[in-house]
Design a protein around this ligand. Structure first.
Ligand code: BGC
Length: 707
């Protein structure tokens, strides 16, 4: 059908399908707007009513109105596709992706994506710009909040689960297409400064940067968004190596490619396209299908095709992919598929969705330190202080449809609970509390300080050179500390933070931005109704100067022989240790989980075989709870230097108090392989060590050989 349709299309109609614009142009009366952006962008009614997709829409009503208006004017009645950023929920907001990764259970990414899709579908969206599968190691970069952290394994598993969750067909036949982003290596911006230069090798690209996008393609993701940055000096949006050689030829991707916001136009600012006409040429030649917001294609492609500078066959290929996407998502059968104001009223913020948000939030919280003050006892009298105590803005960045006014503050949740709150006041500095306040603070058994960063401190274009807690918050902690009361520090954070000023608190809990039911989940954790099971998806450095600091580093020829007294010509700093403050996968529980009895079914495997391994895991109590068994490998000898340790498998387990289970894993040679600079995957024969445990400090190890 779409091939037939293509044959009937004029060049202008084809080019229109490759344009993605804001709904503004279709809502406004064009005659009134003739002097505004329409004129600036050199657009006219014909071009506007030929466009193929829309970026963002308010609700089902608006979507239906725009689609109706558009279809009335469209000669071939090709429906618009509505796209938008549904990053960690639509109206019901789930934990930010970094927090989802901290739950160390990709199923959480899957189920939350499924619910996000359900809510977005009824509000008229067909494709979400998610997951963000950028590999990250630099917490200065504000967008780590949207990432799945520093492990390629965790990243790939979460990205895959999220794609599958979004794209699962809903009972009404509708589904939300996923658009993975930002291809490629956007997370490697130098110095962690957003939109900055990226300069990574092909070896790095294939082994690290690509892992999340590759997993998404394997999960049949519908679309791929290009990144703002350059790769090998060429903007990703016009990068033939990335868009044709790797994506189409090596990976066989048949979905749609989409530029990031204005990124085709920005290839001019990168100094690689001469002007908008050149950008249009380079974009289509490189394999960019849809142009988001800039209008190089709309304004120049016709001329380029007519002059033969750009072959019609390339335009046709791109248009066919867009039409296929619309067909796959059911738009030709029903241009309004799923969108319904009645269903919005029934589904959005449905109590089941909110309950899921709380469940996943509980699993995402990471207990960084606990000397035993937590869980609080019902007899404890508590005081709540710090900037976020009365805060309801818990949704975090990228939650444009989720309103924070549905959320409860931590104080409100405490007030409904059993514990006596002797004092509560929001404030960020010691001066925000009077002498009388400090007097009353004395009456509490435990002082809870809710510190960290507000949502404006992380996200796109929100990079930092210093990721420490703000000075005033540290001073607040110090002044409270003098009271001699046990202190629990809760962190609201969208990134790993430097926590040196508050390390001697009795307990520290990383609470991220958890979304709609953040405060309820935090409260449940504090009182022990939830046994924390989250782990850090990224290392927390001692100071910003340690960045990048991560667990799967390469061996050096000069390793430190003694961490406490490194030798002079060994790889170390003079002023700080090499290890971060809190390692990747660190996260405590109120219970003690013991891992023992690692067994391998063989010590030699061939490339055709699978290695079976098992360990015993025991919950020694005193609470039921979850913990994750992690399987790492070390490849001792290969063609290239391989990480000292690399996560390849994990399983999160629920154990009753004193229960013991046997946890089994299968390792295939695919888990042992790596990529060469040309993108081919290889497995080297030789010795490996497998390490199993719940954290990097306590691992059981065994050797085996790939023959
Ligand atoms: C961001 C993308 C986002 C797009 C559309 C850009 O600024 O980089 O992640 O999907 O805007 O909102």
């Amino acid at each position: 059908m779409i091939h037939e349709l293509l044959k009937q299309m004029t060049i202008k109609e084809k080019i229109g399908q490759l344009a993605l614009l804001s709904p503004f142009f279709l809502i406004e009366e064009l005659s009134k707007e003739a002097a505004g952006p329409i004129k600036e962008l050199d657009l006219d009614e014909e071009k506007i009513f030929s466009i193929g997709s829309i970026l963002g829409v308010r609700d089902a009503k608006e979507m239906i109105a725009i689609q109706e208006r558009y279809l009335k004017k469209s000669r071939l009645k090709i429906p618009l596709i509505f796209m938008g950023d549904v990053i960690h929920g639509y109206k019901t907001i789930f934990p930010v992706p970094l927090a989802l990764a901290a739950s160390f259970d990709p199923e959480n990414a899957r189920v939350t994506a499924q619910i996000s899709a359900k809510e977005a579908n009824v509000s008229g969206l067909h494709l979400s710009f998610s997951p963000m599968a950028d590999f990250v190691r630099d917490p200065r970069w504000g967008r780590v909040v949207e990432s799945f952290g520093e492990s390629t394994y965790l990243l790939a598993e979460c990205a895959k689960a999220m794609v599958e969750g979004y794209q699962k067909e809903q009972p009404g036949g509708e589904k939300l297409g996923a658009c993975v982003k930002h291809y490629a290596a956007y997370g490697a911006a130098e110095g962690g400064r957003d939109y900055n230069t990226v300069d990574v090798s092909r070896l790095f690209l294939h082994n690290y940067s690509l892992s999340g996008y590759r997993a998404s393609v394997k999960a049949d993701v519908k679309a791929m968004m290009t990144a703002f940055n350059v790769f090998e000096g060429v903007p990703c949006t016009i990068n033939t190596y990335l868009l044709r050689d790797v994506l189409r030829t090596d990976w066989g991707f048949e979905g749609v490619t989409i530029s990031d916001y204005f990124s085709l136009g920005e290839s001019i600012r990168h100094g690689v396209s001469e002007n908008a006409r050149d950008a249009a040429t380079k974009g289509l030649m490189a394999g960019l299908d849809i142009e988001m917001v800039s209008v190089c294609y709309l304004n120049h492609m016709e001329e380029l095709i007519k002059s033969g500078e750009v072959p019609m066959s390339l335009l046709d290929e791109a248009v066919l992919r867009v039409l296929k996407l619309k067909d796959d998502l059911g738009l030709f059968k029903n241009p309004f598929i799923g969108a319904s104001a009645e269903k919005e009223a029934a589904y959005l913020l449905h109590p089941d969705h909110l309950d899921l948000s709380e469940k996943v939030s509980r699993e995402s919280i990471v207990l960084l330190k606990n000397t035993g003050v937590l869980p609080l006892s019902t007899h404890n009298k508590v005081a709540l202080i710090g900037p976020f105590v009365t805060n309801t803005r818990t949704n975090g960045p990228w939650s444009w449809h989720g309103y924070n006014d549905h959320n409860m503050s931590l104080l409100e949740v405490f007030q409904r609970g059993e514990l006596e709150v002797t004092f509560a006041k929001a404030g960020s500095s010691p001066e925000d509390y009077s002498k009388d306040d400090y007097e009353i603070l004395h009456e509490a058994d435990v002082i809870i300080l809710y510190l960290g960063e507000d949502r404006q401190r992380s996200g796109e274009a929100h990079s930092l050179t210093d990721i420490s807690l703000p000075e005033n918050q540290i001073s607040l902690f110090e002044s409270v500390r003098k009271l001699g009361k046990p202190c629990v520090v809760l962190l609201q954070n969208g990134r790993p933070m430097v926590l040196e000023g508050i390390l001697d608190a009795e307990a520290i809990v990383a609470c991220w931005f958890l979304g709609s039911r953040s405060s309820e989940a935090i409260y449940a954790t504090l009182i022990g109704e939830n046994n924390p099971s989250g782990k850090l998806p990224m290392s927390f450095p001692i100071n910003t100067g340690q960045i990048p600091v991560y667990h799967d580093y390469l061996p050096t020829g000069r390793p430190v022989s003694d961490c406490l007294r490194p030798g002079e010509y060994e790889s170390h700093y003079l002023d700080q240790p090499n290890e971060p403050r809190f390692k990747f996968a660190h996260g405590m529980s109120y219970s003690r989980f013991l891992v023992s009895n690692l067994k391998l079914d063989k010590t030699r495997i061939t490339a055709a075989e699978t290695l079976l391994l098992s360990v015993e895991m025991k919950n020694e109590g005193p609470y039921p709870g979850k913990d994750t068994i992690l399987v790492f490998i070390t490849d001792h000898f290969a063609q290239i230097s391989r990480p000292v340790i690399q996560l390849v498998k994990s399983k999160k387990m629920m154990l009753k108090t004193h229960e013991t289970v046997v946890v089994e894993f299968e390792l295939t040679p695919d888990d042992l392989g790596y990529y060469l600079a040309d993108g081919s995957k290889i497995y080297d024969k030789g010795d490996f060590t497998v390490h199993v445990g719940t954290n990097l400090d306590h691992l059981l190890s065994a050797k085996f050989t790939l023959i």
